[in-house]
Design a protein around this ligand. Sequence first.
Ligand code: FE
Length: 241
Amino acid sequence: MKIKSLLKRNFNHQPRLNYPDYKSSILRAPVRKKISLPSTISEICGPVFNCDIIGKYDNDLTLNFSKNKSSPLGHKILIYGTVKDQFSNPIEGALLEIWQANASGKYLHPNDNTLAPIDPNFAGCGRYITKPNGSYEFTTIQPGPYPYPNRGIEWRPMHIHFSIFGRSFGQRLITQMYFEGDPLIKLCPMVNSIPDEKAISSLISTLDTSRSSSKNILAYKFDIILRGINQTYFENKKEGL
Ligand code: FE
């Protein structure tokens, strides 16, 4: 059987691995040149996630850790969009996992030793499996910026971490979503390690007042494009029919 290949990654879109302005990248970066391996069946097929693994409130971070239905502190937001591949095919069944700081910029994690307070009603983790049209949505709290040691103390822009499994391991993407209009984006060395302006703007969600509602929710749209599988679709009949 001939294996269809995943498209080669465009490394001009990826962050530079050794970027001295982001100090910890220096030690992390590999010293040898990357080698591209051809796709094998294990990168193309699977994983396949069953919607049964998702709980009722897994995509509502304002409820999935709240005690006695108490709301977490901060501004409630809706994050939504679609997951597609490079050929604009919607990706159904992609597992999205997100994690973020609370409204004060604090992670519920033992390594977070900043002075900001923990929110007892907010864990900052959620997940979702995309619908047949590739769509997803999360209700959450606007994350706060937070300080971290780099060139002295610097501040991360408001962001949400995303991990996305597509239809195959080879499509996996781990990235961060930023918020339109945040002045800290331009100052962030992690953002600036990405050499392509277009790639940077693809990480910035856009405010969508049409999906914002009177229930104290602002909406942000964030579409995600995963690496495509280089294949020709010769029939559009659903499998199993
Ligand atoms: Fe973070």
